[in-house]
Design a binder for this molecule. Structure first.
Ligand SMILES: *Cc1c(COP(=O)(O)O)cnc(C)c1O
Length: 442
């Protein structure tokens, strides 16, 4: 059990007053998480900071309302306002991503994939996704997941030389196995995805093209990565990663699959949608269509490239040699003699939060793999730029050269906190926390 040590008078007086009254234990844990997110450099590429506007909607009154069904076709009365919320969310998504149909009801990315597959596939059909150890997602055909047991999964892999997608290999595998669906979009792939190549291969073998942009949807919205949805048959995205919305998901598809997709969600998989979440998705979509979302997306990529350069200059090996997007996959075992988990734990102690990750063709186990995965979406949301990436790269090098030296880790933790204090995060009022720290000279 964590013992909270929060002494900020501002927090004690005014923040989360109802929780303070009702459940101080949970309130303290929420406060400590906010403090953690304020003072750490968060580098998990699937995480971000939701804006105050998104959080207000997520915590709003629509949490009280049941609205099974779809706008103008609900099972219960009292839907005058829920219909408007859901229609706004769908219209904004369709406009932003240029697709025929959007369903904003999936509770998260995994159920969204489940429903999208169910809409167009039969059990036993063959699917081809990137294998999990090469950067694919669990729901793209991993054996222990529904996607690998309900469907005949024939995973493709990365090129052993370049560690990138190799379309000759993917085409050959598709011609051999004649899948009903090919899935593109990944959780640990640092390069731009050429969606048109997947479209071509799918057309050659008569497969549906399913695009899962969960990680990069904010980059797509901001013009920093190509958009698959005008050419994919079906697709999904989570809404809480680079899109910076609430935890949730959407299915995006061609008109011909609209009805099947809707039926796959309800009655196929879910009951009532989370309209409070959908209201916050609408807010995130509005924010993602503003000009500053373009600036954000470009800066996420610039920061990842700058950090990659700095890490390379310290002698680390990066999978594929660098990055085009928001993430870096860094090999630490062969190049530095450290296991991924030891690396991520030491970095966490120093206030730099990332995750251990498999690298392609990893010889170590998934529980202690050879790499770490690093992303710039959260720190870019705080306004950090190339200069801060240089500092971060230097800190990471120092930590990974001293993983057992607690004094050094502690010193860096303090330096990281000083930096974070001067880059307030969206959705966290710095006034609540600044009083805990001596202001850093700037
Ligand atoms: C995160 C992610 C998902 C799953 O999302 P959850 O909300 O965690 O279920 C699916 N596909 C990809 C590519 C992802 O990155």
């Amino acid at each position: 059990m964590i013992t909270p040590t929060i002494s900020s008078p501002k927090i004690a007086m005014t923040y989360l007053p109802a929780l303070k009254e009702t459940d101080p234990e949970i309130r303290d844990l929420i406060l400590l998480e906010e403090k953690r997110e304020f003072e750490k450099m968060r580098l998990i590429p699937s995480e971000n900071y939701a804006s105050d506007a998104v959080k207000e909607a997520t915590g709003g009154i629509f949490t009280n309302k049941y609205s099974e069904g779809y706008p103008n076709k609900r099972y219960y009365e009292g839907q005058q306002l829920t219909d408007q919320v859901e229609i706004l969310a769908c219209e904004r998504a369709k406009k932003l991503f240029g697709c025929d149909h959007v369903n904003v009801q999936p509770l998260s990315g995994s159920p969204a994939n489940m429903a999208a597959y169910r809409a167009v596939l039969k059990p036993g059909d063959t699917i081809m996704g990137l294998s999990l150890p090469h950067g694919g997602h669990l729901t793209h055909g991993w054996k222990a997941n529904f996607s690998g047991s309900l469907y005949n999964s024939v995973p493709y892999e990365l090129d052993p030389e370049t560690e990138m997608l190799n379309f000759d290999m993917i085409r050959a595998l598709a011609k051999e196995h004649k899948p009903q669906m090919i899935i593109a979009g990944y959780t640990a792939y640092p390069r731009t995805i050429d969606w048109t190549k997947f479209r071509e291969i799918c057309d050659e073998v008569g497969a549906y093209f399913h695009a899962d942009t969960s990680h990069i949807t904010g980059l797509i919205a901001g013009g920093a990565h190509p958009n698959p949805f005008p050419i994919s048959d079906t697709g999904i995205t989570t809404t809480h990663k680079t899109l910076r919305g609430p935890r949730g998901a959407m299915i995006l598809c061609k008109q011909e699959h609209a009805e099947a997709v809707n039926k796959a969600i309800i009655p196929g998989l879910q009951g009532g949608p989370h309209i409070h979440t959908i209201s916050a998705i609408a807010v995130a979509l509005k924010q993602a269509s503003q000009p500053d979302a373009q600036v954000y997306a470009q800066q996420v990529v610039k920061n990842a490239k700058a950090l990659a350069e700095r890490l390379l200059s310290h002698g680390f090996r990066l999978v594929t040699g660098g990055t085009d997007n928001h993430l870096i996959l860094m090999e630490v075992f062969e190049s530095k003699g450290i296991l991924g988990r030891d690396a991520s734990r030491a970095l966490d102690k120093a206030g730099i939060v990332c995750n251990a990750n498999m690298v392609p063709f990893d010889k170590n186990s998934p529980f202690n793999p050879s790499g770490i995965r690093i992303g710039t979406p959260s720190i870019t949301s705080r306004g950090m730029k190339e200069a801060e990436m240089d500092k971060l790269g230097d800190w990471m090098n120092e930590v990974l050269s001293n993983i057992d030296n607690d004094a050094i880790l502690k010193r860096i933790e303090g330096e990281v906190r000083d930096l974070c204090v001067s880059f307030p995060a969206p959705g966290i009022d710095p006034e609540r926390w600044n009083c805990l720290y001596t202001p850093s000279p700037k």
